[in-house]
Design a protein around this ligand. Structure first.
Ligand code: ADP
Ligand code: NI
Length: 217
């Protein structure tokens, strides 16, 4: 297997599959996740092939992307086999993809994982915090016909991933239910630093939003 060639082929494949995806998981999400991963890899010595392949393929079978109720991990698995990726990196790549999502982690105790897992999970989560995270949340909310904000709703705490997946919270509530927690869920030091800055921006934004809502600013 020629690693560089497999990465290039996979880029073209993912680009085609995710082009124009309307819920915040389009090809540019992958490009941003890769930029985040590159920043993290400056201080973390993780395997670049495993990180690169996992981040490229992490959303191709996401239930939101394929419009199904369940994630389909066979899409990524089949692609890896087609590219002739040997068992060892393939299993690690698949394990990252299957366990990295926020919804998969709700209500579960954190188990230790590989450095490659931490890098990809942090890189993906960073794309949900800050200016980009705000844009993605409203894009996602719009795609599900969610309200921008509904002051009558209460902020919920989800105990299981089923509960999390069934929620219909307004997008502003989504910030309190997920986005604002992400900075404390980062695994690597570099991601924690980046997340802290993006988090501060998000908090400012929410403060302004709620002030405008009440006509105070
Ligand atoms: P998960 O990991 O749980 O599958 P994603 O990471 O795929 O969720 O979410 C993709 C983007 O959509 C993120 O920016 C996330 O904050 C946003 N998002 C997810 N659920 C909601 C929601 N209920 N309302 C608004 N935005 C959401
Ligand atoms: Ni993603």
């Amino acid at each position: 297997m020629q690693k560089a060639a497999v990465i290039r082929k996979t880029e073209a494949y993912v680009r085609k599959r995710l082009e124009g995806e309307p819920t915040g998981h389009d090809w540019w999400h992958i490009v941003r996740v890769r930029n985040n991963a590159q920043a993290i890899l400056r201080t973390e010595k993780a395997d670049r092939f495993i990180v690169g392949m996992a981040l490229l393929l992490h959303d191709v079978g996401d239930r939101k992307v394929i419009g199904k109720l369940e994630d389909d991990y066979t899409i990524a698995e089949k692609w890896l086999r087609k590219c002739g990726v040997p068992d060892d990196p393939r299993k690690e790549i698949m394990s990252i993809i299957q366990n990295m999502s926020f919804s998969a982690s709700v209500g579960k105790k954190r188990e230790s994982a590989s450095l490659e897992f931490y890098v990809v999970q942090d890189a993906d989560r960073l794309d949900a915090v800050g200016a980009i995270g705000i844009a993605r949340a409203f894009a996602f909310g719009g795609s599900r016909a969610r309200m921008l904000y509904d002051p009558k709703q209460k902020t919920q705490e989800f105990k299981t991933s089923e509960e999390y997946r069934k929620q219909t919270s307004s997008t502003i509530h989504h910030f309190y239910e997920k986005v604002l927690h992400l900075k404390d869920l980062m695994n690597t030091r570099t991601a924690r630093k980046i997340a802290a800055r993006r988090h501060a921006f998000t908090e400012k934004y929410l403060e302004q939003f709620l002030a405008e809502w009440e006509g105070r600013r």
